[in-house]
Design a protein around this ligand. Structure first.
Ligand code: UD1
Ligand code: CA
Length: 435
């Protein structure tokens, strides 16, 4: 049977107090909605539609590179039932199961979604609700059962004091049989505390018609955490970090202090690498095995090979470091840096769009930009590639085995030949021949 997915993301996210749409706030280094789309992907849906409204254009352009997504706009936003109704033009003729997800619930495990669809179809249910039993149900819709059966869902704001005691909550995640769904949603009224069309009201409507309403209760209530505020965002970020750190440690990475180690979900780290406290590994970064990454270092979208030592307080962005190389302390790779095998970059060296060949050294205080530096080159302290003449960026080439004395300015475009020797304090404006 076909599975379709709809994701609700039209709400304003008032409690975030943000100029940005709520679902674009980041957890684990990626927007909340990316987590939701990832989970939905596990169901291999026939179609995925996102309901947008508040700041629709911003959201649409943020998701424009995702294939096979369609969008519907909900304007104004009159509640979750009204939001679902907007998908009728794209789903009206679809058959099978609709899985409804919330853009602000990022931790749902793909296995839970599979269980949801399995249970729903096996029981021949018209609706299946994902629920959880939590310590503090405040703010969530409560699951009201009669015997074992779900009878209805009551929102926190509409609940009686007795109903507020119920600790089983609605996750806002559902599976619905598409057959008859939109007609039923249309019959939902807005006679409640918020004057909104509540999708959870569908449960009592179906039950009164004698249709089957099922539930899946998650064992780990963290999975269904919804993000409504900045502190909930921080809490989810912490959970994602703990999960990532635990996975890496289980795979043989030493993390000296998980509480102060920030590794995005998409990062990979090889076994026997040691990560010291206060390290940030972000985006698509990959770290090899047997590396040592010291405190205060931040590595973004970069590839670090095996047995690399990165000393304290380095910033490495969109760059590559070859095996056995050493970097830092206090080195800054702005972007496009390629430090090859066994090379060494020392303190207060800034690099940009530069290759530093195998076994080459730039030990202290240098700016190397737009440079192609060969193997076994020595860059003296205080060397500057003067890559910008005020109009264009120019290239510096330093061939294998050259020695650049301290305090040299290399005025690009310029080439230093193989094995050439430049004495200290030189300003080089013309090519230096090999030898
Ligand atoms: C909702 C549920 C509640 C559940 C909780 C779980 C309703 C009425 N209540 O409450 O039972 O416990 O989720 O997190 O559904 N949205 C729209 N258009 C709208 C309104 C909301 O697209 O008109 C989207 C929001 O962007 C959000 C999602 O729907 O992604 C949930 O809306 P939200 O206002 O956060 O609902 P809750 O009050 O959290
Ligand atoms: Ca919510």
């Amino acid at each position: 049977m076909d599975t379709h997915v709809a994701i609700l993301a039209a709400g304003k996210g008032t409690r975030m107090k943000s100029a940005q749409p709520k679902v674009l706030h980041r957890a684990g280094g990626v927007p909340l909605i990316d987590h939701v789309l990832e989970g939905a992907g596990a169901l291999q849906p026939r179609s995925t539609v996102v309901v947008i409204g508040h700041q629709a254009d911003v959201l649409k352009s943020a998701l424009s590179r995702r294939p096979n997504l369609s969008f519907v706009v909900q304007e104004p936003q009159l509640g979750t039932a009204h939001a679902l109704l907007q998908t009728e033009p794209v789903l009206g003729n679809a058959r099978g199961t609709l899985v409804l997800l919330s853009g602000d619930v990022p931790l749902l495990a793909p296995e839970t979604l599979k269980t949801l669809v399995d249970r729903h179809t096996r029981q021949g249910a018209s609706a299946t609700v994902v629920t959880a039993v939590v310590e503090n149900p405040h703010g969530y819709g409560r699951i009201v059962r009669v015997g074992e059966q779900i009878a209805r869902i009551v929102e926190d704001k509409d609940a009686t004091p007795a109903e507020r005691q119920i600790r089983e909550i609605n996750s806002g995640i559902y599976a619905f049989a598409l057959e008859g769904l939109f007609d039923a949603v249309r019959s939902i009224a807005a006679d409640n505390a918020q004057r909104e069309y509540y999708l959870p009201d569908l449960v009592s409507i179906y039950r009164q018609k004698g249709l089957i309403v099922e539930s899946v209760t998650v064992a780990n209530a963290d999975e269904i955490r919804g993000i409504n505020s900045r502190s909930e965002l921080a809490a989810v970020n912490r959970l994602l970090r703990e999960k990532k750190n635990a996975e890496l440690m289980a795979a043989g990475v030493t993390i000296e202090d998980p509480a102060t180690t920030y590794i995005d979900a998409g990062v990979t780290v090889g076994a026997d690498t040691v990560i010291h406290p206060f390290v940030f590994l972000e985006g698509t970064t990959t770290i090899g095995s047997g590396c040592d990454i010291h405190s205060g270092t931040r590595i973004v979208d970069s590839a670090i090979a095996d047995r690399v030592v990165v000393l304290n307080h380095c910033v490495i962005n969109s760059s590559k470091v070859g095996s056995g190389a050493s970097v830092g302390p206090f080195a800054h790779f702005r972007n496009g840096v390629d430090v090859r095998e066994g090379a060494h970059v020392g303190n207060f060296v800034e690099m940009k769009k530069t290759v530093l060949g195998a076994g080459s050294k730039a030990g202290h205080l240098a700016y190397l930009g737009d440079a192609d530096i060969g193997a076994k080159v020595n860059i003296g302290a205080g060397t500057i590639t003067c890559n910008y003449d005020g109009v264009t960026k120019n290239k510096t080439t330093i061939e294998d085995g050259a020695f650049i004395g301290s305090d040299t300015q290399l005025v690009a475009p310029v080439t230093i030949g193989k094995g050439a020797y430049v004495g200290s304090g030189a300003t080089i404006r013309e090519d230096v021949p090999a030898g």
